[in-house]
Write a protein that binds this ligand. Structure first.
Ligand SMILES: Cc1cc2nc3c(=O)[nH]c(=O)nc-3n(C[C@H](O)[C@H](O)[C@H](O)COP(=O)(O)OP(=O)(O)OC[C@H]3O[C@@H](n4cnc5c(N)ncnc54)[C@H](O)[C@@H]3O)c2cc1C
Length: 392
């Protein structure tokens, strides 16, 4: 892969909207990506392996639990800092951002928000430091967009719970030390359970042959009469709203992350277009290429401002689930379109691993599907503005 020459586009001086702390956090994540992730990511994506040796460094830049209070090992940052870290990580690779999103928003967030003090003290410091990796099990073989139909269930056996079922498409699962698992009790109510590696009957086979998010490890969670201690139930929230609350936090991070992938594709394509000559001119001088580049920077700029505003609302506790859905949907579509256009600007070189664009493009195929598909987010906006449910 070519050296990382990334220069972040900021056409409307959106930086002026950030505090000094935001910029510090963003710049240290940016430097970390340039120094540690960019030199190795292509190799790991090509061999379809998660670069686990980066976990410690991710913890050091606050990528695990950015907004979790410091007393639990988190970085105690605000939501905009969290978003900026996700943006910078995804500028490097969506798979690495996914690993950090899951750890922060889908594992640490529910333990912090729905767990008790003992659970917080037991798990959060280990997850924040990267000593432990976590995963989040909601999706099942027969229930993706409709998680409320889940079949994974647990029974109260007096001194423990007995858990049975299976989850699939679970990021981090084959290397996870703890899984936040969503399952129904005998009354059909959804609860979160903390299932630890080593519990008898619990296995996490890896999912192979992915053409997308190759540097992120994905797998299943299989529960065959797993005895889960009663103290491992998250006590403070139940029902479908509990996992959906975690998804709000993760989707918010994705909306920032997608901007990072788009910025990297735009920046690469702009540099290439100025350097590559055809018909005696840099290709950047042809109107067709300028149209692509001008539209890219316009879309990135709109997303930067839109998402910064979402961050302000999130900091004030006023961001609604529907607003987060709109941002996730808009920004991921924006990024995937930019990746496809940028790939074309690079011609044949665009399909090689010498440049990051094809990898971003393939990665974004997962990002547009997970954490609620593109269609599902549109239905959420539709429901919010009309009051009419078009899901079923
Ligand atoms: C790489 C990767 C990592 C993932 N990581 C995790 C993870 O860590 N934890 C986790 O729990 N899950 C994870 N997922 C699962 C992901 O969230 C699901 O794939 C996603 O929710 C879609 O579910 P599905 O694949 O079963 O598709 P389906 O729900 O079967 O949807 C198929 C198609 O039907 C459409 N559709 C569905 N319902 C409707 C409707 N009512 N109206 C119109 N169209 C509809 C969808 O938009 C989609 O286009 C991951 C997925 C991938 C690919």
């Amino acid at each position: 892969m070519k050296p990382d020459l990334f220069q972040a586009p900021d056409y409307f001086q959106v930086d002026d909207l950030l505090t000094e702390e935001h910029k510090l956090v963003r710049d240290s994540a940016r430097e970390w990506v340039k120094k540690n992730l960019s030199p190795v990511i292509e190799e790991y994506a090509q061999k379809s392996e998660f670069p686990k040796f980066l976990v410690k460094g991710l913890a050091e830049i606050g990528a695990f639990g950015a907004y979790i209070p410091e007393e639990y090992g988190g970085a105690g940052m605000d939501q905009i800092s969290y978003g900026l870290i996700m943006q910078e990580l995804e500028r490097g690779d969506s798979g690495i951002r996914s690993a950090a999103s899951v750890q922060s928003s889908l594992v640490m967030y529910p333990i912090f928000t729905y767990g008790n003090e003992t659970q917080r003290k037991k798990y959060l410091p280990k997850l924040a430091s990267g000593e432990w990796i976590g995963c989040f099990g909601l999706t099942e073989p027969n229930h993706g967009s409709n998680p409320g139909g889940m079949e994974t269930k647990f029974k109260d056996m007096g001194d423990h719970y007995l858990l049975n079922g299976a989850k699939m498409w679970i990021s981090n699962s084959p290397i996870a030390d703890v899984a936040v698992v969503w399952a129904k009790n005998e009354e059909g109510r959804i609860h979160g359970l903390l299932v630890e590696r080593g519990m008898e009957g619990f296995s996490t086979p890896e999912t192979h042959n992915k053409w997308s998010l190759r540097a992120s490890i994905t797998g299943e969670l299989i529960f065959d009469n797993v005895k889960v201690p009663k103290e491992n139930l998250l006590p403070n929230k139940s029902g479908l709203g509990a996992p959906l609350g975690c998804l709000d936090s993760a989707r918010y991070g994705i909306s920032w992350g997608a901007i990072g992938a788009a910025m990297d594709c735009y920046d690469t394509a702009l540099r290439y277009a100025k350097e590559r000559t055809q018909f005696g001119k840099p290709i950047a001088q042809f109107q067709l290429q300028q149209k692509k580049l001008a539209e890219m920077i316009t879309e990135i700029t709109k997303a930067q401002i839109f998402t910064w505003r979402l961050g302000v609302l999130k900091n004030e506790g006023r961001a609604s689930s529907a607003q987060i859905s709109m941002a996730k949907r808009n920004n991921v579509e924006m990024a995937i379109n930019i990746a496809r256009e940028a790939r074309q600007i690079l011609g044949g070189m665009g399909i090689t691993g010498d440049y990051s664009i094809m990898r971003h493009s393939m990665n974004l195929e997962s990002v547009i599907t997970y954490e609620g598909t593109h269609d599902v987010h549109l239905l959420i906006t539709g429901l919010d503005i009309t009051g009419l449910n078009a899901f079923k």
